[in-house]
Design a protein around this ligand. Structure first.
Ligand code: MG
Ligand code: MG
Length: 303
């Protein structure tokens, strides 16, 4: 477990408190109860949030680079040590750091990788589509090679990953111009309409079969706003109409069952918007499912 306590790339302040809230909700104990060995490496550090306006289309670019590099170095250290990194944000810009680490690690092993992006948003903005310049709306574009070189170049290769190997799930808020970019970039998108039409079960079967096709390492980048705000109010950018509690659990259980996940981001939990830490507790509950907690095992039930 690695904490990255910053809201440097976000619209609303408060996700800097996310790592501590996840700890308070019992993440370490939940993983230990599943028989896992857990090490909490504490928090990486970086510059304070200056709350400054955007410069050249990006807000807090210099500070975001410093935080992403710190996250990258910690995640890379974990991967090299042969342990499974869980990066706790912090805002979603930090995923640029974890994906940079994974890209470098996988390049060294000459193994492919894919990213499963769980989010209400496509996070594919550019300064042209995001007047606010908040970088947490841009990480998918940046890891796919579109954005300021200070960030697109923090991995060993550019792009860090081809857009076609980024799979987005739960999307339900995409700006008009961003839409065109998402389509042109050939991201693999499973939006809420698809989940409505074919259900989470079949959607996840398709997602995981795509991940198997790519092979290698699967990185899961989980933005709390993926979840429906009625169950997860503790995030600064809620969008109505997300996965329900059961849909989210099924999604996590199926990721676990696939045995494919090799690294994880838990992003955008914002205790300033939460209600008595209930969103953090839900995240820890879902974390348990991602690591094998089940009502009864399918094996025990003979399925
Ligand atoms: Mg989001
Ligand atoms: Mg996001």
């Amino acid at each position: 477990m690695i904490g990255a306590p910053t809201d440097i790339g976000a619209k609303h302040r408060g996700s800097a408190m996310g790592p501590e809230a996840i700890r308070v909700a019992g993440a370490e104990g939940t993983l230990r109860r599943l028989g896992l060995e857990v090490e909490d490496w504490g928090n990486v550090s970086g510059p304070a949030n200056p709350d400054a306006p955007p410069i050249g289309g990006y807000r807090h670019l210099k500070e975001t680079v410093a935080w992403c590099e710190a996250a990258r170095d910690a995640v890379y250290k974990a991967l090299r040590a042969g342990v499974f990194p869980i990066l706790m944000g912090g805002d979603h810009a930090l995923a640029i750091g974890s994906v940079a680490a994974i890209a470098r690690y996988c390049a060294e092993l000459d193994t492919p990788f894919s990213v499963l992006w769980l989010d209400a948003h496509a996070d594919f903005n550019t300064p042209q589509t995001s007047p606010s310049g908040n970088i947490h709306g841009m990480p998918v574009a940046i890891i796919a090679g579109q954005g300021p070189p200070q960030l697109t170049d923090i991995g060993s290769d550019k792009p860090m990953i081809e857009a076609a190997r980024i799979i987005q799930l739960g999307i339900r808020s995409v700006d008009a111009v961003e839409k065109g970019n998402v389509v042109d970039s050939k991201l693999e998108v499973y939006d809420m309409r698809q989940i409505d039409e074919i259900g989470m079960l079949e959607t996840m079967q398709r997602v995981l079969s795509r991940v198997r096709e790519v092979g290698g390492h699967l990185h899961v980048s989980f933005d709390v706003d993926f979840l429906d705000p009625t169950i997860a109010p503790g995030v600064g950018t809620t969008v109505a109409g997300g996965p329900t509690y059961r849909e989210a659990q099924l999604c996590m259980e199926m990721i676990y069952d696939s045995g494919l996940m090799a690294s994880l981001d838990l992003m955008e939990l914002n205790p300033a918007f939460d209600d008595k830490n209930r969103t953090a507790e839900l995240i820890v509950d879902l974390l348990g499912s991602l690591f094998g907690e089940q009502i009864l095992s399918r094996h025990e039930l003979g399925r």
